[in-house]
Design a protein around this ligand. Structure first.
Ligand SMILES: *[C@@H]1O[C@H](CO)[C@@H](O)[C@H](O)[C@H]1NC(C)=O
Length: 129
């Protein structure tokens, strides 16, 4: 009987995980930079769909770690929206110069999907996938 109850409980836990609330929608500034060796320890370039999230977001995501290479945010994918356009990036860096907690600094390849580089700074909404 206990076994059955435990099994049902486990099943319920799995089902409710599957129905977890969607990731919160973040709103912040979108900018671009030239990626290199980032805080996650990856080497990236301007042609890749990668981005740095604000230091606040980077440090608080999943608790963080003293070694940024081990930060839980590293390698996660995010979907970014601006003016009816969408792009997907991998989080590879920590944006120390970002002021807003939901600011995202993108590689030019990703920014160009959303806006002309001459715009420089755009108001984006985004979610961690
Ligand atoms: C950027 O990195 C990707 C993946 O490593 C690589 O395929 C591409 O050739 C690189 N592009 C430039 C311009 O270095």
């Amino acid at each position: 009987m206990f076994f059955i109850a435990a099994l049902l409980y486990a099943l319920l836990a799995v089902v409710s995980l599957g129905n977890a609330a969607p990731a919160p929608v973040n709103s912040g500034d979108g900018t671009f930079f030239t990626p290199g060796l980032g805080a996650c320890g990856y080497n990236n370039n301007e042609s890749e769909h990668v981005a740095a999230v604000s230091h606040q977001f980077f440090d608080s995501f999943g608790g963080g770690s003293s070694n940024p290479n081990d930060a839980p945010i590293c390698g996660k994918m995010a979907t970014l929206h601006y003016g009816g356009k969408t792009t997907t990036v991998q989080i590879v860096d920590r944006c120390a110069g970002c002021s807003g907690p939901s600011d995202v600094d993108m590689a030019p390849a990703a920014f160009n999907d959303l806006a002309d580089p001459s715009v420089g700074r755009i108001q984006i909404t985004w979610t961690i996938n």
